[in-house]
Design a protein. Structure first.
Ligand SMILES: [Zn+2]
Lengths: 205, 230
């Protein structure tokens, strides 16, 4: 049996304007880290994730040392908790994201509130953070797939929504990057969100 | 059956890790009881993860012109050293076994959701049929509590200036808008007025960012204790 059959692909549709992530490869490396404590495999994962984690962390922590700490903590958890990753339940990217988000959450709480209660793993347990792909909700929720809905938006709105929600850029940043007036960004975002809500079937009260 | 769910925006902020601990825990508890939200959170997490780790080259090149600095090349952090450091131990970390907390209200004991495992609770305070145990999250103006309403009890009609989340952990209650059951996630903003009454009694997890403001008749006298309840 080929080992890569054990690695499921992510449910998320690849976002067209970017390179595809090699999910099977990341998943194999993560399993190699878990089962064989494979340092080479970890290095591959590190080179893929660390620069991205650093960029994201620098958006959340003005202090460079803190951003570095997020990288260190996240990748260290990847090394020490790789055996908790379950390839049947989702992509390696999802798992690493969960680890990174939890590290960031606990650190922000520590910095802002001086609380070292490390609540993140109670709120988002990393051992069970993913829902199985073949659970019964897939069928009737298939059309709820957020990315399908986003992809159905007109190009101009789609760009803004992706930048705002997935890149977490501010409306002001988007206006500069897309070279558009702030008002245009705001109205595109508003229009797009209204459409998303309708399509995702959210009830208004 | 659960009828009240967090909004899409709340779920998205939850997945991004941007909500305060109080609201994050509320959504986690709801999702544990609500397969629909759980599924939506799983999907959102997958998509946000994909986007976070994918956009680097192309999307960023198009939109972010950050004075031409390439983070990967910056000298402040030595990746090689970090790798050596991290892999210098082969130890695996086992997840801690989670034993849920228990609380007792009105001589009845309740097993709490594991999302609350590491939170500190204050002593319970009682007023009439209401009992409240504050949860010490230290989130400034945001107050988080467990609120127990004994059978036949209720909260007098009130509004609040900020938001008020009531998440039903056990039991049920009614207000002028309907009937609420275990798992319901009820987020009200300042312009709502309501008057919850619980016939069978209930235990709620509540989060509010301002004191209640009682609106009716003699209940206005209660305003000084509005901060007691939420
Ligand atoms: Zn729900």
């Amino acid at each position: 049996m080929q080992t890569n059959l054990l690695c499921t692909k992510t449910n998320a549709k690849s976002i067209k304007m970017s390179n595809e992530i090699d999910h099977a490869q990341l998943c194999l490396k993560l399993n190699a880290v878990a089962q064989k404590r494979d340092k080479q495999a970890f290095t591959v994962l590190f080179k893929f994730f660390a620069p991205k984690i650093l960029r994201i962390a620098r958006g959340k922590f003005p202090n460079e040392a803190q951003a570095n700490e997020v990288v260190q903590e996240t990748m260290s958890n990847v090394w020490r908790k790789a055996h908790l990753f379950n390839a049947d339940k989702g992509a390696a990217t999802t798992w690493v994201y969960t680890v990174m988000r939890n590290v960031t959450f606990d650190m922000l709480r520590k910095i802002k509130g001086n609380k070292e209660d490390n609540l993140s793993d109670d709120i988002w347990p990393i051992a069970e953070s993913m829902v199985s792909e073949d659970d019964c909700y897939d069928d009737h929720l298939a059309q709820d797939n957020l990315l399908n809905v986003i992809d159905s938006l007109p190009e101009a709105q789609r760009e803004v929504v992706k930048g705002f929600y997935f890149m977490e850029m501010s409306q002001e940043q988007l206006a500069i990057k897309l070279n558009l007036p702030l008002g245009t960004i705001k109205s595109r975002l508003r229009l797009a969100l209204a459409k998303l809500k309708v399509q995702l079937g959210e009830d208004h009260d | 059956m659960i009828k009240h769910h967090p909004t899409f925006e709340l779920l998205k902020s939850f997945v991004d890790g941007e909500l305060p601990a109080s609201l994050s825990a509320g959504i986690a508890i709801h999702a544990d009881m609500c397969p629909t939200c759980q599924h939506q959170i799983a999907q959102l997490t997958e998509q946000v993860a994909e986007a976070n780790f994918e956009f680097e080259e192309t999307f960023l090149d198009r939109f972010i012109v950050d004075e031409g600095e390439d983070i990967a090349d910056m000298p402040a952090i030595s990746f090689e050293q970090m790798i050596d450091n991290i892999t210098s131990t082969d130890e695996l970390v086992e997840p801690e076994v989670k034993t849920p907390k228990q609380v007792t209200f009105n001589e009845q004991s309740y097993v709490l959701p594991t999302a609350l495992n590491n939170m500190q609770f204050s002593k319970t305070a009682n007023i009439g049929k209401l009992s409240r145990a504050r949860i010490q999250l230290d989130e400034d103006e945001i107050h988080t509590s467990l609120l127990h309403i004994a059978p036949g009890g209720g909260v007098p009609e009130h509004t609040h200036k900020g938001f008020e989340l009531t998440l039903l952990l056990e039991g049920s209650f009614d207000d002028e808008n309907g009937h609420y059951e275990k798992g319901d996630f009820i987020m009200l903003s300042g312009d709502h007025q309501h008057h919850p009454v619980s016939t069978e009694g209930c235990l709620c997890y509540t989060v509010a960012n301002d004191a209640l403001h009682f609106t009716q008749g003699i209940n206005k006298l209660l305003n000084p204790i509005g901060s007691f309840i939420y």
